[in-house]
Write a protein that binds this ligand. Structure first.
Ligand SMILES: [Zn+2]
Length: 207
């Protein structure tokens, strides 16, 4: 990676985006974390985790409160649970990642940074349509029409959750301080896809 990479990392307070930030920092990038409250039901738990992890990793963090966007929310990420899934699973919220990428791109411009990173990983099932390389390159193609130098990075997109946990160990990410549950701010519910994937990976890595 170019040593002059200045990157905003979309940071949920979860292990995937924490490892993404750690890998970029390890490779010489200047990293700034961005947490967005878009009205998701676990927002308060995610934000607390984001602050804990950012402190531990000594990375700057900005938190944007856009919770009113929750009125557009669909699927199990939101209290209303309206219009869930659309065939991709309960926690799918159409256009969420597009929205977050646009917000992240605007934030990167404000900081005069030249990259925006996401913690997309390789899922165990079919990927959501907004978590693929093709999706990212399409969005990047639109963003560069206005921000010529902006690059979208997804450094762990080829890692599955077990690989992410191994990378967390290797890069010193405090995964016990992260928050990954979609349904609860208080801890792991043990039932949502995020909890199930994380618990499987913990068993695989630490058995
Ligand atoms: Zn959960």
């Amino acid at each position: 990676m170019c040593s002059e990479t200045r990157v905003v990392v979309l940071f949920s307070g979860g292990v995937d985006s924490a490892v993404t930030a750690a890998v970029l920092a390890r490779d010489g990038a200047e990293v700034h974390l961005l947490f967005v409250n878009y009205g998701q039901r676990a927002a308060s738990g995610e934000e607390r985790a984001a602050r804990r992890v950012a402190d531990y990793m000594r990375l700057p963090l900005s938190c944007l409160d856009l919770h009113a966007l929750g009125c557009l929310g669909q699927g199990s990420l939101f209290e209303s649970h309206a219009g869930s899934g659309e065939g991709f699973g309960e926690s799918y919220f159409p256009h969420r990642n597009l929205l977050l990428l646009v917000i992240g791109a605007q934030f990167a411009r404000r900081l005069n940074y030249n990259a925006l990173a996401v913690g997309f990983i390789k899922p165990y099932g079919s990927p959501y349509p907004d978590t693929t390389r093709q999706f990212l390159s399409t969005v990047e193609g639109i963003l560069v029409l206005e921000s010529e130098d902006l690059r979208l990075l997804a450094p762990i997109i080829e890692c599955d959750k077990v690989g992410v946990m191994r990378l967390a160990e290797k890069t010193g990410v405090p995964w016990r301080l992260t928050h990954s549950c979609d349904l609860s701010s208080a801890g792991r519910c043990g039932k949502c896809p995020s909890c199930l994937d994380l618990e499987y990976a913990i068993r695989e890595v630490y058995r």
